[in-house]
Structure formats: C-alpha cells, structure tokens
Ligand binder design. Structure first.
Ligand SMILES: [Zn+2]
Ligand SMILES: [Zn+2]
Length: 420
C-alpha cells in the first residue's frame, strides 16, 4: 500500500513552521489517540505519530523533503509494534511525552533499534558541462562511504582479540528491566545496554574503527548520466550509500546534477533558446546565416522583413527527453536586429537616399532639434520604456541579461511566432 504524504497526514503545508507542525499534531493526536472513546483510531494515530516523528526532526524532515518516504526509510520507529493498550488510564500528554520526549525509548519494537538497519543514504553533487547534460555522459565518481573496517572485518574487535559473550545478558542481547514510567508497571525486555543487543562484547576495540566496525572509505562508481538531465536532477545509485549495520542493506547514493551555464544557449526544459544578432540588411532582405546549435553550426534561413524579437524554430535541435531520448525539444532563435553604429560616408549617403526613397522623415520640422540618426528608422516597439540611450545602445547585451530579455521581450506573443 502506498504511504500517504506526511504533510497531508498532519494537515499542514510544506512550508509550515515547527510550531505549526507541533500544534497540528497535538490537535490531531488528541482526536485520534486510542484512549479517546469517540474518535480514537489506533491505525490513524500510528500513522500520525510516524509522520510527526519525521517532520519534527529537522534532519529527517529535510531527508523526507528531498527524497520522500525513500529518504527516511528505516529511520522511524516501528509504531505498528507499539502496544497502546499499555497506555490505558493515562493522560494524553503522558503518552505524547513518552513517545516524543525521549521517554519512549524503553518501549516499542526493539528490533527497529538493534536489529539490522539500512545504511544512510548519501548525496553527491556533480557539476556537468552544458552539452554533457544534453547528450548524457559517463562519469567516474568517488564517494566516501561507510564500509566494513578492513582491520577487524567489521567486528570492531582488535585483530587477535576475541569477542566474548556478554556477561550482563549472557549472550542473549536482551535484558529485563523494571520500567520507570507511569504507564509501565511491569518488567520490560530491552536491548542489553552493555553490548547494545549484540550479545557479544569486544575486549579490545579495533584501533582503526574505534570498535565501531565500519570506516569511511573512498569508493569509485561508474555513473551513466542519461541524456536530458537538467539542473537539480537526482540520479539514484541503489546501494551506493553507507553499509547497513548488523547485516542491513546499503543505503542509496543520490547524485544531484548541477549544469553549468553555456555562453550562448539558454535551456528551458527541452527547449534551447539562442539570441542571434542579425544585420540590418539581412533583417530587411532576408538571407541565410550559420548559427550555433548543440550539434554544431547549422544554416538558418531568415525571411525578409524580420523584426527584432522574431523567433525562428529549428526543429529537433533541443534537448532529448529524459524519459524518451527519441523525443527532442527544439531550438528557438531569438533574432535581434543590429543597427549599425558607425557609418562611413558612403553608407550614410545610401541610407539617406533610402530614407528619401521611402519618404521617411528624419526630422520633426522647424524649431525642433534635428535627430539625424539612423535609429529613427527603428519604428517598431514604441511601447513601454524604450532605451533611453538609443544612439549608443549596443544590440549585443551582456550574457547575464539574456534570460531576462527572453522572458520579458522575446516571449512569444499570440500569433507572432514564426516558424521555418
Ligand atoms: Zn576495525
Ligand atoms: Zn549484553
């Protein structure tokens, strides 16, 4: 059965503060806890307790936020095995305190704490070149993870020294203890505190691992990065994390992809945007030019009468879909008409002739300042804040502002999109 979302169980949003989470938990727990004759529901209460255990713990919460239930697997207490009948006759606050304020350690399933446990999940941050993210790449990554200590082969005992049977529990790993909590009136079986439930005691701890049995070792993995990953994509290497304890499985390794920016291409999902300056005459007359694509330079045909901001789509030259590499996005070329800034005498003359031919007025008449500049010909995009310094404005903007430009200026307006 699929597990429900912890935030949903607690009825809080993902941005809820610790206080809100606590408040909501207490309200719901009060309703659901098995002692409540009217609305008590043991199954729902256990679900709630588990959700709260994760979301009230900063570390577990962040693992859950990042990786979902997978990220906190094995790290919650086994509430299914908590016997709530032992709570009978005790107040709600006592139960909550026992569960969450440290008092709960003495009951519940001991197997969860002392039995085999999966190792921790690890995270590795991988920087990728723009094109490697587009086409995929094979990488070798080295991760330091917990593995069995080689000196003691994971026993934690100094080589040559023996593991002795624990004298406290006679090798049973469990002891009976009088439990000192209000609602526990009898003996309870708990893990032997002397040997932590193993039944064995190390006489001389291993020097290399200080008796833990595990050390962090570099381990190399071959990582296949599929085509189409993007910034923030997580790849999971099953069993790539820390070794489990007491025979528990390895945790997983999550590789988080960081894609470097490209000096020309801007990626938006599977689409690649390119800002391409074209000359004044090409904009008017049309023509062909070579533009960069992720597959190298390709010919782009520009139709005559092209305006700044026109978009030309180059089909299937975008990013492959991560799920289905056969499906590819497009490259969209955002054309920017470059107005010449320096004119030779001859050029100036020709442009003046052209203006005359087209009956374009370059001045506003008597009394007004003459604006004898070619930028007067740019009669589109009059709306909004125009560049204050049109005479000096270079069409070639700084790369960091390109995205803004694409978002604000080059976003296709209805019916304006051109395709070739
Ligand atoms: Zn060791
Ligand atoms: Zn013991």
């Amino acid at each position: 059965m699929a597990k429900r979302d912890y935030y949903e169980i607690l009825g809080v949003s993902k941005t809820a503060s610790a206080d809100e989470i606590k408040k909501s938990f207490r309200n719901r727990a009060r309703q659901l806890h098995p002692d409540n004759k009217d609305s008590g529901d043991e199954v729902a209460f256990k679900e709630l307790a588990e959700a709260y255990e994760v979301l009230s713990d900063a570390q577990k919460k962040s693992a859950y936020d990042r990786y979902g239930h997978e990220g906190v697997k094995g790290s919650t207490r086994d509430f299914d095995n908590v016997d709530f009948s032992s709570f009978q006759g005790f107040g709600f606050e006592d139960i909550i305190d026992a569960l969450f304020n440290g008092g709960g350690r003495g009951f519940g399933s001991q197997a969860g704490r002392n039995g085999p446990r999966q190792g921790a999940h690890l995270r590795y941050d991988l920087d990728l070149e723009f094109l490697d993210a587009v086409f995929g790449v094979e990488k070798k990554i080295t991760v330091k993870r917990l593995e069995d200590c080689t000196s003691c082969e994971g026993t934690g005992a100094s080589p040559g020294s023996e593991l002795k049977t624990c004298a406290i529990c006679q090798g049973q790993g469990q002891v009976k203890q009088m439990v000192n909590m209000l609602f526990m009136q009898s003996y309870q079986v708990i893990a032997c505190p002397d040997c932590q439930g193993s039944g064995k005691k190390i006489e001389k701890p291993c020097k290399d691992c200080k008796g833990v049995g595990q050390t962090r070792k570099p381990r190399e993995f071959d990582l296949k990065v599929p085509a189409g990953v993007e910034d923030g994509t997580r790849l999971r290497l099953t069993q790539g994390g820390d070794k489990g304890v007491k025979g528990g499985p390895y945790g997983d390794l999550y590789v988080v992809i960081h894609v470097k920016e490209h000096e020309r291409f801007i990626r938006e999902g599977r689409t690649i945007h390119l800002r391409q300056p074209i000359s004044f005459s090409m904009a008017a007359l049309g023509g062909e030019l070579m533009v960069p694509t992720v597959e190298g330079s390709k010919i782009l045909t520009v139709p005559g009468g092209t305006q700044t901001g026109a978009q030309l789509t180059m089909r299937d030259l975008g990013v492959p879909s991560l799920d289905n590499p056969a499906r590819r996005g497009d490259q969209i070329v955002h054309l920017v008409v470059e107005t010449p800034t320096k004119l030779s005498k001859e050029e100036r003359k020709l442009l003046e002739q052209l203006a005359e031919l087209r009956k374009e007025k370059l001045t506003v008449g008597k009394g007004a300042e003459a604006q004898e500049t070619v930028s007067a010909g740019a009669n589109q995009s009059k709306k909004g804040k125009h560049k204050q310094n049109a005479n000096n404005a270079q069409a070639e903007a700084e790369p960091e502002s390109i995205l803004d430009k694409i978002v604000d200026v080059f976003r296709p307006k209805n019916g304006e999109e051109k395709e070739d």
